[in-house]
Design a protein around this ligand. Structure first.
Ligand code: SOE
Length: 391
């Protein structure tokens, strides 16, 4: 089965998706032949280079030129968040299957419309929460579903980075509310909210949050980083235009789940030394599970039912054929990495299209995630608890 793909976006996620698309049929023999037909981006010389670098047959500078092509089966959206809804709705209207990077859209209202239109059109739709496809994260879900932890008391998740602590780092699109929707909240809390929903099967009922922007003005994005020597310690300088940062640098929130579990979530780009530290700990009456992406091939498990003399956290090496996805990869102990999660994602997406069976996470999950994101942001304005279902 041949699947022709149009990819909209060509930077970090464009590269990751191109790899996942290419490697999926190599590791997952489902009789599917994905074809990297056309990659789209606004800057011609850059998207042309990306087409060459990532092996796309064609390139274009306007996604509207490809969205209705008869020879396109899938539209893959890897653009800044502001463009997700318009592209997805156009692709759905054209009857294309849609893969969209996270967060699904700028807010819950947009995501609900995208979900409803995708369901009406009957197209397969998937949301790019790749960390679900870390075998250890999928094993955690399986163990919780098998009641290995019993009643869940706590979900404790952090997603910590440090890439914009330098005041000279320019106010790129991820720091612009009008383009990204929010900062690490929509970029990183989105992931750990999704992991919490995925692993526990629970929904968040209400939240209360706080956020802060530590560096409020930064050089305009047109300033090359090489010019940072012109900038003073606080990032200011007479010749360089300084513009307002319009998103948070950090956002934390408390959550009450519908089951009664309590949650704490923290996302920041100012945790010095933490590069991509995505960690979730789930405490239940019968045990605890800890997934840490930076050690993604292991799952920490404490079992309350172990005899007291041998109780303690054990480190499950999630590289056995019996573990999620591993049978398609390597023999035991031959670990996998970040890029493999995209291969697992696209293999599941392509199989869902072939079998015409909806895959998760999809636009419904994106809507639920955006509801939580919106409730937290509203809470930071009202300084009160907010009900997620009211977003
Ligand atoms: C942010 O730097 C980022 O690229 C996120 O946008 C991705 O979703 C995450 O997987 C890695 O970090």
């Amino acid at each position: 089965m041949k699947l022709n793909i149009a990819l909209i976006g060509y930077k970090f996620m464009g590269k990751a998706h191109s790899f996942g698309i290419d490697a999926a049929p190599f590791f997952f023999k489902d009789g599917i032949e994905p074809v990297k037909k056309v990659i789209c981006g606004r800057t011609e010389h850059l998207v042309k280079q990306a087409a060459e670098d990532f092996g796309w047959e064609e390139y274009c500078t306007d996604w509207r030129d490809v969205i209705n092509r008869e020879d396109i089966d899938i539209v893959d959206i890897a653009t800044p968040t502001i463009n997700h809804k318009e592209i997805a709705l156009a692709a759905i209207k054209a009857g294309k299957h849609v893969f969209c990077e996270k967060p699904l859209s700028m807010n819950a209202q947009e995501s609900k419309e995208m979900m409803e239109e995708a369901e009406k059109a009957g197209v397969i739709n998937m949301l790019g929460h790749n960390y679900r496809r870390c075998p250890a994260a999928a094993l955690a879900k399986k163990m919780i579903a098998e009641n290995k932890l019993g009643k869940i008391y706590h979900v404790r998740a952090v997603y910590l980075q440090d890439w914009i602590m330098d005041p000279a780092f320019p106010a790129i699109w991820k720091l612009n509310k009008d383009i990204a929707g929010s900062g690490p909240h929509g970029d990183l809390n989105a992931h750990i909210i999704d992991l919490a929903r995925f692993m526990t099967g629970d929904e968040i009922d209400e939240v209360v949050g706080m956020k802060e922007t530590f560096i409020k003005k930064r050089p305009s994005p047109v300033v090359e980083r090489e010019l940072s020597s012109m900038l003073k310690a606080d990032g200011s300088n007479d010749e360089v235009e300084m513009i307002d940062v319009t998103v948070e640098d950090a956002c934390s929130f408390l959550a009450k789940f519908k089951s009664g579990s309590l949650g704490t979530f923290e996302a920041t780009r100012f945790a010095g030394g933490r590069k991509n530290y995505n960690r979730i700990e789930i405490n239940g009456e019968k045990g605890t599970l800890i997934f840490e992406f930076e050690d993604m091939n292991r799952l920490q498990y404490w079992n309350a039912e172990d005899p007291q003399e041998v109780q303690g956290f054990k480190s499950i090496m999630v590289t056995e054929d019996c573990h999620p996805y591993i049978a398609n990869w390597w023999p035991p102990g031959h670990i996998i990495g970040y890029e493999n999660t995209f291969v697992n994602e696209f293999a599941d997406f392509f199989r869902a299209i072939k079998e015409n069976k909806q895959v998760t996470p999809n636009f419904y999950d994106g809507w639920k995630g955006n509801q939580v994101l919106d409730a937290v942001l509203k809470s930071t304005e009202t300084r009160t608890w907010q009900k997620v279902d009211e977003m």
